[in-house]
Design a protein around this ligand. Structure first.
Ligand SMILES: C[S@@+](CC[C@H](N)C(=O)[O-])C[C@H]1O[C@@H](n2cnc3c(N)ncnc32)[C@H](O)[C@@H]1O
Length: 276
């Protein structure tokens, strides 16, 4: 067996480990995925084979290796103003619910990847306030969280290359909210970054310490989890929302059969959930 092959008992061991660590469920025949995602770590950590890497990450408490393995196994695909409708709904109906709020309007982007989602929410809130001056006297506080340390560092840098900027961002918004850097990238202006803070949160852990939110975006992450993990996360999100707080899931995600803590509000286009 080559140093890049994965024996079936090692694959089982790794699948169980990954699901326990971060909820991601790997299908029966995803050895190729594990191989392609973990192989680059062999050289970095000077480990001879994938079998040894799996044994090391499963049995040791090497935090750096653990984080690198989770970073490698998570899918970080994201874009600006993804699916459009959640941001349109914020402007057309949801922000109005919180107009005049004297305490901060609190919004959580759970599983925020490289920051496009929380920063799109911040730009939307700024645009809303341009048209509705003084709408949020208590200010707007957005928190972006993710399990991936690498992604959170990118969020904090708030600097994006041409490829990521070309995905969902209008020229108008580029001009208004970004400034050029010496390396040819664009960086978000402090007007936007000052509204958003970031911290590591594993959705499988407790997040009671984060306080309560008015709006939660938890999009395109539950799709990787088992029904039991999804149900547990939805229950915890419900507990993190104010009464009648609003939750957005990804466009292809549904909570049917998983939670009765929310009512679904259908819009055209899109939908959101309100805590009962
Ligand atoms: C596909 S991205 C979604 C990004 C953004 N929400 C969007 O819809 O564009 C999924 C993100 O979930 C994160 N993730 C995976 N498992 C997680 C967990 N257990 N806790 C928190 N974040 C997790 C990944 O690191 C990744 O950045």
């Amino acid at each position: 067996m080559s140093d890049r092959e994965i024996a079936s008992q090692d694959y089982q061991l790794f699948r169980n480990y990954l699901e326990k660590q971060c909820g991601i469920v790997l299908g029966d025949n995803k050895q190729y995925l594990v191989r392609s995602r973990l192989s680059p770590l062999l050289r970095k950590f000077q480990i001879d084979s994938l079998a040894q890497l799996i044994a090391k990450v499963v049995n040791s408490h090497d935090r750096t290796l653990r984080e690198a393995v989770i970073d490698a196994m998570t899918t970080n695909e994201t874009l600006w103003f993804r699916d459009t409708y959640p941001f349109e709904l914020l402007k057309s109906q949801l922000f109005a619910k919180f107009k005049g709020k004297s305490s901060p309007l609190k919004i959580w982007s759970a599983a925020c990847s490289s920051g496009q989602e929380p920063y799109s929410i911040a730009m939307t809130a700024l645009e809303y306030q341009q048209r509705n001056p003084g709408a949020f006297p208590g200010g707007v506080q957005i928190v972006g969280t993710d399990i991936s340390v690498d992604m959170l560092n990118r969020c904090k840098a708030a600097e994006y290359d041409n490829l990521s900027l070309s995905r969902g961002l209008s020229e108008d918004r580029k001009r208004q909210f970004f400034e050029p850097t010496a390396n040819g990238t664009l960086k978000l202006k402090s007007q936007v970054t000052s509204m958003v803070s970031f911290k590591p949160i594993n959705l499988l852990d407790s997040y009671a310490s984060m306080g309560r939110f008015d709006l939660v975006f938890c999009r395109n992450v539950l799709i990787y989890f088992s029904p039991a993990s999804k149900a547990k996360i939805l229950q915890q999100i419900a507990a993190s929302l104010q009464n009648e707080g609003v939750l957005f899931l990804g466009a292809s995600e549904s909570m049917s059969g998983l939670s009765d803590a929310f009512s679904m509000v259908r819009c055209s286009p899109g939908l959101y959930y309100v805590k009962k």
